[in-house]
Design a protein around this ligand. Sequence first.
Ligand code: FES
Length: 213
Amino acid sequence: MSNDTTLKPAFQPAHLNHNTGRRKLLVAASVGASAVGAGFVAVPFLKSWLPSERAKAIGAPIKVDISKLEDGALQTALWRGKVVYILRRTDEMVATLEQLNDQLRDPHSKESIQPEFASDITRAQRDNVMVMLGVCTHLGCAPKLQSQIQGREERGDSAWLGGFFCPCHGSKFDYAGRVYKGVPAPTNLTVPPYRFESDNIVVVGEMEGENNV
Ligand code: FES
C-alpha cells in the first residue's frame, strides 16, 4: 500500500493530453518553420552580397576600337550603363578651345569630375581624341555634337565655335566638354578614367598602371 497521500488524478484528462501534445507539435512546427524560413531568407540575402557575373561585367572596363572614327566625327560606347562619347577632334576643333576660356564657367576644370591628366584646357590624353561621358551635368540628357554652322537657330547664338548643345534646357559645352557660363549645367562634362591600349584601341574604365578603376 502506498503512503503517498498526494492526490493524483487517476488519469490525465484527454483534452489536456491533447493540448500538451498539440503544444509540442506547434513548438516543433514553428521551430521547423523558422528554420525553413531562415533558409529561404538567408540564401538570397547572402547571395545579394555577392556581385553577380552581370554586375561584374557592367562594372568592367571596355575596349573601344576607334580605327574607323573619322576626323570631326563622334563615336559612342556604353560603360557602366552610361554613354561615353569619343570625338575625333580636328586641329581646327582643338584651336577653338583656347579662344573660349572667357566664356566658360570652369575653363581649367577645377570643379569637374575627371582624371588628373584632364586638367588642362584640352582635357584629353591626346589632343585629337576627346573621351567623356555623354551625360549633361544638369539633369542627364545627351548633349548633341554641333559644328560651328549647325544648330544656330536652336541655340539662338551667332558666336558659336562648335561643341555640344544639350537640347533639354539649353546647356552648351565646347569640344572639350567645358560648360559655358549662364546655362543650367553646373560643371563640365565628366571625363572617365581611360587609357590607350594602342593608337586605335581606347580602354574606358582603366588608366595606365592600374588594373581596374
Ligand atoms: S539636362 Fe542638359 S541642360 Fe538640362
